[in-house]
Design a protein around this ligand. Structure first.
Ligand SMILES: NC(=O)c1ccc[n+]([C@@H]2O[C@H](COP(=O)([O-])OP(=O)(O)OC[C@H]3O[C@@H](n4cnc5c(N)ncnc54)[C@H](OP(=O)(O)O)[C@@H]3O)[C@@H](O)[C@H]2O)c1
Length: 278
């Protein structure tokens, strides 16, 4: 099966990391297009990846089987609206990675009857360790689903949702999640420093512990509570610390944080919808 021609509209942080991921996964460079308004950026992309580049979004759409929208949500309606004709002519699979932009908005801006997959990636995609969720509209075929999935899988893991509304919870979990872990690591490092460790020692031990715990959770395939019980001996140090965390309602704090982020994601999606369709 030949590789589809993929056009990335907006080769910024996320767009460029997708290009890098696709190429590392064997996607031929000559079957990739990237668009960006800045010519220096286009030159850089051409030099790094030897892909096709253009400042003309419609030209890239005309060449493509799959069009990835990787522009900022604020300009999505303008960019999609300007590509309405090219998209209707070519009828590519559209993949959007823009936060908070709904399938119905994209369909509206592109003029209807387009196969669209909406994805929510996260920042670690920039180092090929991303976590993305996807949702497809009814026009998307099984083959197109697998192609969209493989684009996201080139920079991490990708998982399908059964309801588009779940995107707001995904945004609150994996979208905003890296910041929660940064905060936890920051707090742990500070605590260790206050308990007597030098800064660099506290930092390195914190980061490696976080990485080790995540890798154990992924690689062992065990449930998180089982892993926790395995390292919590009765009467030991870990048990003492976990009791303090539970007594201080750590689960409730996380629930409130995720609920607040989900609510904000819903608000922003409504704002964006109003802006583009108003
Ligand atoms: N970064 C993340 O961790 C993350 C996570 C989840 C979702 N996302 C989504 O990914 C999308 C891209 O985010 P990002 O962080 O990669 O942003 P970014 O680095 O700003 O990338 C957007 C790119 O689009 C270019 N652009 C602007 N106007 C354009 C136009 N008319 N046609 C084509 N390209 C245009 C920008 O060029 P200029 O710089 O010259 O304006 C920039 O290079 C957003 O919708 C965001 O919601 C990002």
């Amino acid at each position: 099966m030949s590789h589809p021609i993929i056009a990335i509209i907006g080769a910024g942080n996320m767009g460029s990391s997708l290009i890098g991921g696709l190429i590392r996964n064997g996607h031929p460079a000559d079957r990739l297009w990237a668009t960006d308004p800045r010519s220096e950026k286009r030159e850089e992309l051409k030099e790094t990846f030897a892909i096709h580049t253009t400042g003309d979004n419609a030209a890239a759409v005309q060449a493509a089987d799959i069009v990835v929208f990787a522009v900022k949500p604020q300009i999505f309606s303008m960019v999609a609206g300007s590509l309405h004709e090219a998209v209707q002519l070519r009828k590519p699979l559209v993949l959007s990675i823009a936060a908070g932009i709904t399938l119905s908005s994209i369909q509206h801006w592109l003029g209807g009857n387009i196969a669209i997959v909406r994805a929510m990636p996260n920042t670690p995609a920039l180092i090929s360790c991303g976590a993305a969720a996807l949702y497809a509209n009814e026009e998307v075929t099984a083959e197109q689903r697998s192609k969209a999935e493989s684009i996201l899988r080139s920079v991490g893991v990708a998982i399908w949702l059964s309801d588009e509304k779940q995107m707001d919870t995904v945004t609150a979990l994996s979208g905003s999640g890296p910041a929660y872990f940064f905060l936890m690591m920051e707090a742990l490092q500070q605590a260790a420093q206050q308990c007597g460790l030098p800064e660099e020692t506290a930092r390195l031990l914190t980061l490696q512990t976080a990485l080790g715990a995540a890798r154990m959770a992924i690689e062992s395939g065990k449930q998180l509570d089982e892993l926790r019980h395995n390292v919590t001996s009765p009467g030991g140090t870990t048990e003492r610390a976990v009791t303090v965390l539970e007594e201080n309602n750590i689960r409730d704090v996380f629930l409130k944080a995720v609920q607040a982020a989900k609510q904000r994601s819903e608000e922003l999606a409504r704002l964006m919808e109003g802006k583009g369709q108003g």
